[in-house]
Write a protein that binds this ligand. Sequence first.
Ligand code: GAL
Length: 666
Amino acid sequence: MTPFRFGVDYYPEQWPRARWESDAQLMREAGFNVVRLAEFAWARLEPQEGTFDFGWLDEAMAVLERHGIAVVLGTPTASPPPWVYAQNPAMFRTGPDGVRLPYGHRRGYSPHHPEYRAHARRVVTAMATHYAVHPAVLGWQIDNEFGDRDYGPAAQEAFGRWLQARYLTLGALNSAWGTEFWSHTYSAWSQIPTPLAHAAPHNPGLGLDFARFSSAAYAEFQGEQIEILRRLAPGQKITHNLMGFSPEQLDYFELARDLDWVSWDNYPRMWWNVYAGDDPARVALSHATMRGMKRQNFWVMEQQSGPGGWQMVVPQPRPGELRLWAMQAVAHGADGIVFFRFRTARHGAEQYWHGLLEHDGRPGRRYQEVKALGEEIAPLGTRLVGSKVQAPVAMLLSYEARFALQVQQNHPSLSYAEQFGYWYRALHTRNVGVDVLEPLEDLSGYALVIAPLLHVVSPEIAHALERYVHGGGTLVLTARSGVKDFENAVVDAPLPGLLRRLCGVQVEEYDSLIGLENGVTLEHGGKALTVNIWCDVLELEGAEVLGRYAHDYYAGRAAVTRHRYGAGQTVYVGALGDLALPEALTHWLLEQCNVQPLLETPPGVEATVRSSESGAFLFVLNHTQKSQTLRLPEPWQDAWGDTLILEPYGVRVLERVGVSQGVRVG
Ligand code: GAL
């Protein structure tokens, strides 16, 4: 039986030894059964090259073990000590501005630099050897939040090698990138630059390959550490702490492939989003994305435990919010919640990133709230773990498309993440479960698949989508799909390129709405909607019209179409704007696909179901500051009555034992 993992990120190296015992005591009282340790402790673990000190960590782990707390050990490679940097500053990254990072901050290293890789291998080997059979070790976290691209000499050299492995010959590369343009024909691998900002615009083929290469380098760096851990500490599970939906620089599917489980760092309230208001849909999208990485439940490895802040201090989580945010993660498939961090740091850049305990070590309100949450989660424990969120809708996340649109944004307001978010939000507010998947995932079983901005399309992707629709699925595609091939060249065919047959339309021409302040109006279902980013002017090739432009020189022409294909249908949304159009279409789409929202909730109240063979859990979460009343759906009424009243920020978890069959989850 796997217990639900509930715990905290802890930095014993930052506190006096005399405090460890009472810390562990408080952790146990809070119901914690896991602690993440050591991911920033390189300087203590290896004070000088090749001299290791595990004594303090052994002792800290022994204290925790005595209190029944297991450990996830972090490899400390995200923050090298100064002596590593001093050996060769060229191991550090260069930004897109061509300037190399000086020492400071963290994650300054270049993942490409062979000397840095050797340092990382040495410290990971020593840790893996020392902790290979430690009974308290539950698993490992590699590094910490991989991310930034390096544009410096180490990257340039590695990029050349990576391109050689991909294209084999310079002739193939020149032809794939079309380097005749501006005479960029390369005659040696070493001539190929990294895309520094001041030399932009770069060849789009180079731009997309550089993004892929940079992402692959972190997967390779991670892979090197995984190989060491699997060899020296076999059987111990491995994760990395990802960052949800928002990161733009890594192909998370690629990174997740080598991991045993996915975890991520969930900070619903940061200082830069305080004014925008907390947004349950944004956080839910991240949870769904993390669940989709391996189509498995996940952990939150860092769950916000207080006001965040480096230079700024954000408002306190209101009473009830810590529970609400943690329960939202559970509602979307988390089987482990680890709070960041235990005690608020007195020193360092994160003095104002508050933990559960205050600076002076007091267990205050936030600690008490988390302790109460521990008491609530413990009895659900093993029944909850492994139960699955059942989603009738899939959204396809293409990092290829996302990277290509970074190289050429097309329109200053066009953002892959935003467009993706609009569709997700339209489903989320209706309590329709969504899985976020790779474009080549098996889609059978989903009533509806939405793939916004599928800009880069391979023949395999086109065939997979055709198979899905042919077999009876409903697929939604948008403007700027099928525009590019995998080399980031524009396709030599009418748009949407390889998706044209499936869509039954051809893009006769397109109109980017830069500078058109009032946008373009279109009509769908008797309603007028305005879009302000993009309009495809569509010619029908078998599709029927669902929406027409009402404005400008293409008034009367098709904007949104539906094409019946095999047993299914493809909806092509030729206009891009804000949330309004996805909102308007979602209602119709759900009806078309016979997807029932889980239950109707007032704005700001979210509902999900997790189910397994032994039962089902309904989560209802009130993200608003006022109490909310709602009607429970049929199957839950017997046990719970038909009305549910939720206090401000309230959460209810309703369990039905042994009745997963028959519970409608879509
Ligand atoms: C995360 C990071 C932690 C800590 C936290 C608060 O992104 O993994 O180490 O820095 O943010 O800033």
